[in-house]
Design a protein around this ligand. Structure first.
Ligand code: SAM
Length: 390
């Protein structure tokens, strides 16, 4: 990921400055900032208020189809796709021709048996299949090594399934060539790779003979439960050689072989490798941050934080990859409004739609410095605090 880290705490309040984007809708915003506006309501209705073709990126995480109800409500797998397609069609209308819709969606399990539901694959074919409005620009995977080992019955009790460690993230587009540039999100090479490129290569294994780790043959009895995603090529003990680096960067094995035979691998690397590494479609992000401004602020005002927040890197990656400064980013299931907060940091305009007021109230805290939230003896509740800042 590129160096796009912003401050985690607002240094001054951007609350209630008037953003132009609030003029796009008739409804009254719940709060506004310099770059955006958050609305309480059903996003189907709010999307209808937006003019056609105005939005550059929608990045969102809908409630998933779950058997067990979450605090913020979920559709069952049977009704899910019909429910979701209503939002998708409205989202399509408001997107610019080179705009994108990015959906983070988790899979589910069939009730009572250790098999997976296929609802999210069916939804994808509805979204991008023959009759679907969108193109599938690329499917991505959010690999979260910190995910809990559930469902407990199959994973920790009967031990017959692996730990489900990925969410699907679908990057959909309105046309075949949405605005996107992978140069905006280049990754730095690892220190080992940099050293190798500086010091020259050691001709070890050819890419086709990757040294596959033997760790899967010898599971440790008391080890961690394996996730259902792993990178079989890279193991921390293995220093990759030039052949591996070139192969991973998409250079053909024949060319690598020929360059190796002519003792010219390092020259080929210099000619073909970009300065930084092009990211792949697996985004490794743990969702474990515990000392964030949002969490501290919720604690300060005694309100529960949203239970299913994005890690900051997820919206940040797509905003960087798919938009430019002053573009408009919308989250139609905004929750704690991580998307709006990151957009503000990255100088993008934003809109957040969320139908539960309790989540909007805490999302507002993201934009307020801690000093504004500290209570004195006259302020007993968050309502007092929020009144002072409204
Ligand atoms: C998985 S959470 C999103 C969390 C968010 N990505 C974050 O970083 O906090 C889904 C949210 O969608 C909201 N929601 C569900 N149906 C909605 C609707 N029809 N309109 C607006 N929001 C809705 C829920 O209240 C919930 O907060």
């Amino acid at each position: 990921m590129s160096g796009i880290t912003g401050p985690t705490e607002p240094s001054e309040s951007t609350m209630d400055e008037q953003s132009d984007v609030m003029n796009l809708l008739e409804s009254e915003p719940y709060y506004t900032t310099e770059k955006g506006a958050a609305y309480q309501g059903d996003s189907r209705k709010l999307l209808d208020e937006l003019p056609k073709g105005e939005v550059d990126l929608i990045v969102t995480s809908p409630p998933f189809a779950l058997r067990r109800e979450k605090a913020y409500g979920n559709e069952s797998p049977e009704e899910y796709n019909e429910w979701f397609m209503e939002f998708a069609e409205k989202a399509y209308r408001v997107l610019a021709d080179d705009g994108s819709l990015v959906i983070d969606i988790g899979g589910g399990w069939t009730k009572g048996v250790p098999t997976r539901s296929t609802y999210h694959f069916e939804l994808l074919t509805e979204l991008v299949g023959e009759d679907g409005p969108f193109h599938l620009a690329q499917e991505m995977y959010w690999y979260n090594p910190a995910k809990l080992p559930t469902p407990a019955q199959w994973v920790t009790i009967e031990r017959i399934r692996l730990k489900d460690a990925v969410n699907h993230v679908w990057w959909l587009s309105k046309t075949e060539r949405p605005d996107a540039d992978n140069k905006r999100v280049l990754k730095e090479y690892s220190d080992a790779q940099k050293k190798l490129m500086e010091d020259g290569y050691e001709d070890k294994l050819r890419p086709s003979e990757h040294n596959i780790s033997d760790k899967f043959d010898k599971p440790k009895e008391d080890g961690a439960i394996r996730p259902n995603f792993w990178d079989i090529v890279e193991s921390p003990d293995e220093i990759p050689d030039f052949g591996d680096i070139l192969h991973d960067a998409g250079v053909s094995d024949d060319l690598i072989q020929a360059a190796g035979e002519a003792d010219k691998l390092d020259e080929l690397a210099r000619l073909t490798l970009p300065e930084d590494k092009i990211p792949d479609n697996v985004l490794e992000l743990a969702n474990t941050a515990s000392n964030t401004h949002y969490l501290n602020a919720c604690k300060e005002v005694d309100l529960d934080p949203h239970p299913a927040r994005f890690p900051r890197d997820l919206p940040q990656f797509f905003i960087q990859f798919l938009t430019q400064p002053d573009d408009l980013v919308v989250d139609i299931f905004a929750g704690s409004n991580m998307t709006g907060w990151v957009s503000e940091q990255m100088n993008r305009n934003w809109l957040a739609f969320e139908y539960q007021e309790k989540y909007l109230r805490t999302s507002k805290l993201r934009f307020m410095p801690m000093e504004e939230l500290k209570r004195d003896e006259n302020q007993q509740s968050f309502d007092d605090v929020i009144e002072l800042t409204d």
